[in-house]
Design a protein around this ligand. Sequence first.
Ligand code: ADP
Ligand code: MG
Length: 690
Amino acid sequence: MISPTPVTVLRGVGGAVAERLRALGVESIADLLFLLPLRYEDRTRIVPLGVLHPGQRAAVEGEIRLTEIAFRGRRQLLCRIEDGTGFLTLRFFHFSAEQQRSLARGSRLRCFGEVRRGPTGLEIVHPEYRRIDGAAAPVTDHLTPVYPATEGLTQGRLRQLVGAALDRVPALEVEDLLPPALLAAETMPSLAEALRYVHRPPPDAPIDALIARRHPAQRRLAFEELLAHHLSLKRLRRRIQREAGWTLPVRDDLKQRLLASLPFRLTAAQDRALGEIEADLARPVPMLRLVQGDVGCGKTLVAALAACRAIEAGAQIALMAPTELLADQHARNFRRWFEPLGAPVALLAGRPSARARRETLAAVRGGDARIAIGTHALFQEGVEFAALAVAIVDEQHRFGVHQRLSLREKGAAGDRRPHQLIMTATPIPRTLAMTAYADLDVSVIDELPPGRTAVRTVVLADSRRDQVVLRIREACRGGRQAYWVCPLIDESEEMPFQAAEETAAALAAALPEIRVGLIHGRMAGTAKEQTMRRFQHGEIQLLVATTVIEVGVDVPNATLMVIENAERMGLAQLHQLRGRVGRGAHASSCVLLYRGPLAPLARERLAVLRTTNDGFEVARRDLALRGPGELLGTRQTGLAQLRVADLARDADLLPRVQVAAERLLDRWPERIEPLLARWIGGAERYGRVG
Ligand code: ADP
Ligand code: MG
């Protein structure tokens, strides 16, 4: 692997500066070059003072007429400049005696800053400035980039460092790895051209396109970055397909017995997904399959049925869930399904006693536990499997690529790797899936079990809580149950569990005849489980919760979901929460409470939920409304750590990225390694684990 040139080769970059650059994710020259400006300032033109207007960010020039210290509330330095067309005040609240001296009457200054209306006309507070005594100093010949800020590094210093890095171009680190033939097909600039353009755009560059990062120069970089990530995943996939897996023979007794014990039949979509999984399991290479299906479509059961193959073959399965609550719920379901069939289930979650933990680990290691269910605790140290044939990850958007691959590693036996099944309710558009999950095959469950009625969603102002309390009373009187979710109100304001505690107390007072329970992330695991079980059994009628119940929780008798401060939450998260109801045959509803007044965008977003129950549609509209969306979570894929590209904004590049990846693999495979080194670098996460 080519090691990238560190920034410390640049003159004047020592330990301290390198440390500060690291805060921006910059360690190599290439990183520095890929640190894109957030915006640009036009300092190529000196604006006459007479035509300035408030709000304008401008470069100006003038002669100092007066410099004085004033006391207007606080001590400040005022400096008045003039250029024959008008005058301007420069105002400094922080200044040194030296600075005061240097701003002597008669000197000429060139300044840059935002013009605003002051008490005596237009002014700039704390302008950047320099004296230009003597001959007319040239103005810059390109737009001035503004980089993401970091403590201890001024914009001036950053500009200078990037400039120094640019001056090394073309150097090895920015060698064009995309063959001209490929670029020509894409009509894209070369890498060096693109980098020069984004750091030093000409005065007439389209600033709006640059700020929106839609300029061809930026798209060139985004394209290359997406290509690198896509190739990394593809390579991982190829590697995995060369590994040995478990060939699980088709003997469907267990599956038939499990199916026979269920009070319902599989939906056609469940059946189809299961068929695809089973075909994978019968092959000698490890499966890597993603099952996508909206909340409530019955993914758990599909996972359980897939597990039958491994259990029948004498091997084990592991099921990893993102929360203790969900792990516990899965354990209860799997025990109900499998223990009558003679397959013991072990639960690894929370903080069990040392003895219980030892026993559980021994059962997993010895192979007695045929099914191991847990949180990320499953791949912690000390957990060893006797014969792990299938690793299942539920709600995978909550895990990183790394974590799901770790579970695979955990199950490595000799050179045999377990099959992996990944489940998610986060629907992502197909092109996105093909890139973000280039290492996976995808099955879609696009059907809900019969008899479900669509959840009716209403959007209400917080001031109408009384009305909501009445709805809760009504639901509980009719034998149903309800959730009341209190998300984080304001990070500085209050801890979410306090908000939940207070809400629970207030609701208990308002609804004395109703059994109110409380659940939040700060409670011990066992307390959480107990509360959840009591809710499951109907002992608790109204469950007040933080977003700990967001994923997976399944209590079909609950028909009312109230979400406070809905305007603060992402659409995907709201859709997940709403998915906690509408799981039984009874009509369900969801009340989205907002603290008014609602901004137009917030109103539009909530309206999306009001008008559709379809997770794919929610995701699509979210993408359109928000631009860079929550869609992929932050850790779901390595793609979430993109530097230049944005999956939403640059989604239209994805099909071309896929084509380019194929061509590169076919014709220029030697370019792949340096491409990955450049964009993914030391953190070549997927490759390393795979
Ligand atoms: P999700 O896909 O959101 O994980 P679950 O697996 O939690 O959904 O299933 C939701 C509910 O639907 C559960 O109560 C489950 O028992 C039930 N269910 C699953 N499959 C079917 C089916 N084919 N017919 C009826 N109910 C089903
Ligand atoms: Mg689920």
